[in-house]
Design a protein around this ligand. Structure first.
Ligand SMILES: N[C@@H](CCC(=O)N[C@@H](CS)C(=O)NCC(=O)O)C(=O)O
Length: 205
């Protein structure tokens, strides 16, 4: 079995690497630069013509998009217990947050970070910024994780987004988010990813 992540530290790809650490299987990292002024290698472009990270290569199956990479890993390595079984009530909640991250939370954060005029609420995938924040804070006020007491890949995907955007002062530091991120940062898998990527960023790995 070969599992390779085309990866850049300090990018969205850190979410995929955290997920790999949660899954606990052996994987390889192909460290690439995603700087504007650096060319993408032919191998990177062959796997992902957009030249973006994360890009996962699992025995020749290429998966791109952070949420898809995490969902794929959760399904492919069920022993890690990072997603509910298909057909269950929890699976519906899990899908909700996985897709909400990419289609609502992240666009809301990007529009805010880039100071874009939001446009009409009914046309935006996230409605409006404050309601998007309220929806997530409301879920996290009720339980430690998005699926109640059970940590899942949805927490990797949305939790990572919340963690990054709070660091950049885009997402407000609501107590629900601060407590949630503290719970996530206590996870050994996230700590390993942070250490590994800090070393990689300094070219020590
Ligand atoms: N929709 C993609 C976005 C991936 C993405 O934009 N990655 C950035 C790094 S954070 C990248 O590779 N940028 C380099 C480029 O666009 O050339 C995902 O969720 O994975």
């Amino acid at each position: 079995m070969s599992l390779t992540l085309i990866h850049a530290p300090q990018s969205r790809s850190t979410t995929a690497r955290w997920m790999l650490e949660e899954v606990g299987v052996a994987y390889e990292i192909r460290h690439v630069s995603v700087a504007d002024d650096e060319p993408r290698s032919p191998e990177h472009l062959a796997a992902n013509s957009l030249g973006k990270v994360p890009t996962l290569d699992h025995d020749g199956t290429i998966v791109t998009e952070t949420g898809a990479v995490c969902a794929y890993l959760a399904d492919t390595f069920p022993d890690a217990n990072l997603c509910p079984a298909p057909g269950t009530h929890e699976r519906g909640i899990y899908f909700r947050w996985m897709f909400f991250t990419a289609s609502a939370f992240e666009p809301a954060m990007i529009d805010k970070a880039l100071k874009r005029a939001p446009g009409p609420k009914t046309m935006l995938s996230y409605g409006d910024f404050d309601s998007t924040i309220d929806v997530v804070a409301g879920a996290l006020a009720k339980s430690p994780y998005l699926l109640g007491d059970n940590f899942s890949a949805a927490d990797v995907v949305l939790g990572s987004n919340i963690r990054w955007t709070m660091m950049f002062e885009v997402c407000p530091k609501r107590p629900e988010f601060v407590d949630y991120v503290a719970r996530l940062e206590a996870r050994p898998a996230l700590q390993r990813q942070l250490e590994l990527d800090a070393a990689l960023a300094q070219n020590k790995a």
